[in-house]
Design a protein around this ligand. Structure first.
Ligand code: UGA
Length: 464
């Protein structure tokens, strides 16, 4: 089969950037993103894209209307495509069996049904969404059960390893591309077709092929091990604080061991994002279902350590104010779960903000990329004891860091945006109420400089 048209079902954080890079690297292939969410599609077709990713806008502008299209007409996009990526989201189930742990595959199933209903010829169907092990099998079942005579489907697993904030770079220069499939000749042919697309810009040594289930489990395993590294360095950060060691220096020393590597060792307020917590919960669920309680317990500890880390930081703030922040004005710098993204999913900033609101503080919030409406929406969800109106009265969102910090008692840095390291902290200090505090949850500020200016500083993993 010659691939002339590709369809990506799902225009989110994975589907949008993936389709854009495919269009950029394969000018002879028409790539269409389809999504039933009309607002999202109209944003993809506008000047203000629904997500922020460095370099994404340039690529979209270059390819859109040429070989990159965004549409709500999924039926047509699917029926015309030779190869279909399923890149819909798979949230944690909020109901029924596996509630709070298992992944909700409703959108994947809907996509499979849509493919079955709209296909009039053979298709390669590629599962890109993070899914539980054996999901490809269930997609195949749905497709086969609804198959029109004479049509065949090859279902492959091709998990995405891009990280938000560096999606384009990760897609252009991946460490590896993983393709899982069966060992029959049709599946091997389909794997070769998919490999040949990636080979246009990825060297063949980086393209790994495995059986389907190994590919699916590798995705969950990669995220679990990355999160486990973070919980390990965060656990060490607690020890550093009581012993007087410096976790950044410890991380440098650890990372110099080539078996450990320096990456993903930055101690922090705790990890957030769309995937780590969700994927580990799913891994725990799978282990429990397969009667592996010790393994489930092991991964649960990674999540528990992350909660401990967020909570430890929150308590540090409270302790500095003798457990009374009621009536205090506190600036929150950064609200996204990490720098270079507008995504707030599982952001530690939400945890800290809710704790401070619950204690009666007034918050002045600034994030370079997160919209005010988004901040108000997540903070109004009923996790605090306050109702949403009170919460909204207690929050002001600013469009720059200087305005957000003026007349506050303390600054809490929740996201490590580069601009926060080069602010004029002298000017900020002068505009604040005294004593002025800085709580650095990102471990990126120059604490000595801040202390010299007169701030009381607290951070992660640095001794008293
Ligand atoms: C993560 C994985 O890194 C990707 O490989 C994977 O494809 C993606 O999940 C997914 O499954 O979709 P993402 O969550 O977008 O990517 O971003 P990360 O850069 O991994 O950051 C996750 C969290 O870890 C953030 O809160 C970040 O601040 C934190 N982090 C990261 C640290 O605390 N320290 C570090 O050294 C690195």
């Amino acid at each position: 089969m010659v691939i002339r048209k590709i369809c990506c079902i799902g225009g989110g954080y994975v589907g949008g950037p993936t389709a854009s890079v495919l269009a950029l690297k394969c000018p002879d292939i028409e790539v269409t993103v389809c999504d039933t969410n009309a607002k999202k599609i109209s944003e993809w077709n506008s000047d203000k894209l629904p997500i922020f990713e460095p370099d994404l806008e340039d690529i979209v502008k270059l390819c859109r209307g040429k070989n990159l299209f965004f549409t709500t007409n999924c039926e047509r996009a699917i029926s015309e495509a030779d190869l279909i990526f399923i890149s819909v989201n798979t949230p944690i189930k909020t109901f029924g069996h596996g509630k709070g742990k298992a992944l909700d595959l409703q959108h994947v199933e809907d996509a499979a049904r849509m493919i079955a209903a709209s296909s009039k010829r053979n298709k390669i169907v590629v599962e890109k969404s993070t899914v539980p092990v054996r999901a490809a099998e269930s997609i195949s079942h749905i497709l086969k059960a609804n198959q029109i005579d004479g049509i065949s489907y090859q279902v492959l697993s091709n998990p995405e390893f891009l990280a938000e904030g560096s999606a384009i770079n990760d897609l252009l220069y991946p460490d590896r591309v993983l393709i899982g499939g069966g060992d029959d000749s049709d599946s091997v042919d389909a794997m070769n077709e998919l490999s040949s697309i990636y080979k246009r810009w990825v060297s063949k040594e980086k393209i790994i092929t495995t059986d389907t289930w190994s590919s699916e489990l590798s995705k969950l395993g990669a995220n679990a091990i990355l999160a486990q590294r973070l919980s390990s360095i965060n656990a060490l950060s607690a020890l550093c604080e009581v012993t007087g060691a410096d976790v950044n220096q410890v991380a440098t020393a650890l990372g110099a061991d080539s078996r450990i590597s320096p990456n993903f060792l930055h101690a922090n307020i705790g990890f957030g994002g769309r995937c780590f917590q969700k994927d580990i919960l799913n891994l725990i669920y799978i282990c429990e279902c397969l009667n592996l309680p010790e393994v489930a317990h092991y991964w649960q500890n990674v999540l528990d350590m992350n909660e401990y880390q967020k909570n430890r930081f929150a308590r540090k703030i409270m302790r500095s104010f003798y457990n009374t922040v009621h009536g205090k004005r506190i600036a929150l710098l950064g609200f996204a779960f990490k720098k270079n993204t507008c995504d707030v999913k599982e952001s530690p900033a939400i945890y800290i903000a809710k704790m401070l609101l619950d204690e009666g503080a007034a918050l002045q919030i600034y994030d370079p990329k997160v919209e005010e409406s988004q901040i108000l929406k997540v903070l109004s969800k009923p996790v605090t004891s306050n109702d949403s109106e009170i919460v909204q009265q207690a929050i002001t969102v600013f469009s720059d860091a200087y305005a957000a910090t003026k007349d506050t008692h303390a600054i809490v840095v929740c996201t490590g945006w580069d601009e926060f390291t080069s602010l004029d902290y002298k000017k900020i200090y002068e505009s604040m109420l005294k004593p002025a505090y800085v709580f650095d949850g990102t471990n990126v500020l120059d604490l000595r400089e801040l202390a010299k200016i007169g701030f009381h500083v607290e951070s992660i993993g640095k001794g008293p």
